[in-house]
Write a protein that binds this ligand. Structure first.
Ligand code: PBG
Length: 355
């Protein structure tokens, strides 16, 4: 039957009817808040992070105690977890701060676990880029000796297998500190298998791996790199992160991570990649996380500050769309605000063009 017997608007008439037939739910427990924790002499205040007129409070560098406070707030609002990134005071070619048992993320993990035993899950990002002096996600070797893998003509390359060994050490160090989940974001080949093997060998058989499986070489990571101090000193990340044009390759990456023992897979960025959230979910049947990245956060903040968007409505629409695409978990710098808005008035009217 079609119109006039069928009238789609019947079920849209009231908040009660809309709520009854809503297909997608959004709960605070599905959200994860990224936190940047800086060693004392690497700390700078929030206002200098953005280096622009746009305030990006979600990207401030925190002290360990400020990170514990944020985690407490996350717990009070019912967030699923926090995702920790470290900003070390000292960097070196191997990124050794990343696998230091007394490193900033390890210390923060212990502090959060101690202060909030029933608190949000602590997810530790596993990567080297914040800890290497060159800012790449692995260790370098000369292009001369391995010209075929060069990502800069004549320049150095990332040594995949040497990097994987270090990444496994990073993951074990996080597990030892008490991280609930480890999340490798480096995009080296074979790292999930190596991390699983190393964790199991050290007795961390129950520590899950959330693999950044489909992580693209994206233009939307800029504010993160400012906050984390992880902009590559030369070249870019296209020799290890995915080409935004390649969907099938992204699914293949995710399937390989499943074979290597990933417990959850991630698609990153999120907004322009809804097709892949769906495709990766279908192909892997694993829980999928979507990372609503820093540039996506900055766009909403900038548009809201300029009066172009109703921030609350835009954020909830974005997060709901990622759930609709198929993500169980959403990592977002809006997580605290979103949780507050969900608690207050999830179906409040929208100010702006759609009101
Ligand atoms: C590090 C890492 C990055 C992000 C998360 N982990 C940056 C990058 O790959 O350059 C980006 C997150 C964001 O932009 O919010 N490997």
């Amino acid at each position: 039957m079609a119109y006039p017997q069928t009238r789609m608007r019947r079920l849209r008439a009231t908040a009660g009817l809309r709520g009854l037939v809503r297909e997608t739910d959004l709960r605070a427990g599905q959200l994860v808040l990224p936190l940047f924790v800086a060693e004392a002499d690497a700390r700078i205040d929030a206002s200098s992070v953005a280096e622009s007129d746009i305030a990006l409070p979600g990207l401030a560098r925190l002290s360990i105690s400020a990170a514990v406070d944020c985690a407490r707030e996350a717990a009070e609002l019912g967030l699923g977890g926090v995702l920790l990134f470290g900003v070390p005071a000292h960097k070196d070619p191997e990124g050794s701060g990343a696998y230091d048992d007394e490193g900033v993320v390890q210390l923060t993990t212990r502090a959060i676990k101690q202060a909030l035993p029933g608190g949000p899950l602590v997810i530790a990002d596993v990567c080297l880029c914040e800890y290497t002096d060159h800012g790449h996600c692995g260790v370098l070797r000369d292009a001369e000796s391995h010209p075929s893998t060069g990502f800069m003509p004549g320049g150095p390359t990332i040594d995949n297998d040497a990097s994987v060994e270090l990444l496994a050490r990073v993951a074990v160090s996080h597990a030892r500190a008490g991280a609930d989940i480890v999340a490798p974001s480096d995009m080296m080949d074979g790292r999930v298998g190596a991390i699983r093997g190393a964790l199991d060998e050290e007795g961390f058989t129950d520590t899950p791996i959330l693999a950044y499986s489909a992580k693209f070489a994206s233009a939307f990571y800029g504010p993160f790199r400012d906050a984390a101090g992880s902009t590559p000193a030369f070249g870019d990340r296209r020799a290890y992160q995915l080409d935004p044009a390649n969907g099938r390759e992204a699914v293949r990456e995710a399937l390989l991570d499943v074979q290597e023992g990933a417990d959850m897979v991630m698609v990153k960025p999120a907004l322009a990649y809804g097709d892949l959230i769906r495709a990766v979910k279908r192909a892997t049947r694993l829980p999928v996380a979507a990372y609503n990245v820093s540039g996506e956060y900055a766009m909403v903040k900038a548009a809201a500050a300029a009066g172009h968007l109703d921030e609350r409505a835009a954020v909830l629409e974005i997060l709901t769309s990622l759930r609709r695409a198929g993500a169980e978990t959403i990592i977002s710098y809006h997580a605290l605000d979103a949780a507050r808005w969900l608690a207050q008035a999830p179906d409040a009217p929208v100010r702006g063009s759609t009101a």
